[in-house]
Design a protein around this ligand. Sequence first.
Ligand code: HSE
Length: 401
Amino acid sequence: MVKVAVLGYGTVGSGIVEVIKTNQDMVNKKAGDEIDVKYILDLRDFPGDPYENLVVHDVEVILNDPEVQVIAEAMGGVEPAYTFTKRALSSGKSVCTSNKELVAKHGPELLQIARDNKCNYMFEASVGGGIPIIRPLNASLTPERVDGITGILNGTTNYILTKMEREGSDFDVVLKEAQEKGYAERNPEADVEGYDACRKIAILSSLVYGKNVNFENIYTEGITKITTTDFTYAKKAGWAIKLLAMSKEVDGKYFAMVTPCMINASNPLYNVNDVFNGILVHGNTLGNTMYYGAGAGKLPTASAVVSDIIDCVKHLGKTVFCFWDSEDLQLSSMDDSVKRFFVRVADADFAKAQEVFGDVEVIDAGVAGEKGFFTKAMSEKEFNEKSAQIGNVLSRIRVEE
Ligand code: HSE
């Protein structure tokens, strides 16, 4: 029997216990051993909860119990999760987590501590919720040179953009509704400004390139400036607007960014709507593979954590390979990234825009007083210089082909 402790009895933590208990037979069979939740760490008490007797308030009880071999950390945030995780791994206890902040910030260090102590640090649930993506990258796409990942990695913003597109509602109205439905996290800024997706693409990029992609160096733009008028044009042109988190290797240079993009119907991410996530991975010999599913939510996220618990139990005393060194990967300047752009300008500025951008593809969406158009592909630097000459650009959205 393998004893497990769960740190944090909130949405994900309680989901982990629920998944283990609901599928106990299956979980045990797949792990090849009996998995038993011995402790739940939380500051609160849970009178009436079926597992209230497992709740402890002092992490020392867990860290000092030699019977506990696997810990599921569902506390979120960097501290105290970081300290608890380091101490657990240092004493040979494997840790599984959904905590993307912690993984993005200290992943390589925690993986090294796990290797030094012959245990595991696993984080399947940190990206894409219940979607298997970390394990496929680590274990299935191993022969591939992955040269591109493009993902819709944030369910909240995808829900908001889908609603804006379908109902023509304003950003603020839809955000409020998303918060009421419990999709948005406590601080919606992390979702709507793209910070959450930024951490997730940093984790995925680090895994495929093998070096640390520092999330602080990733260009990140959220969805707060996207308007219903942008959707009027996008719909007219048959395009969707999605918050994409991307990293690409182009001629030996690495680019990573989080930004709203226009994508057309030929892009497999076009139909990823509502709170769902989708991740498109391009390997040099495999081509595209796509991973789709519930990118957030109690049970999907918990299921991914439990898959890690099972993996840890199957590999007690042995560290599973994870391709992520502590050395930083040098990201290229955003100035050198090349894309087409969708641009909106007032009618009065359109002649100047044509002069500056040359041939443009105009979208006639019937919006009074302005014009919308696609530019040719150009670098960010060139685009910024050209738009500065126009003066007042009403909106610009990158195009992902
Ligand atoms: N706030 C996140 C999202 C939760 O909306 O995707 C899952 O990481």
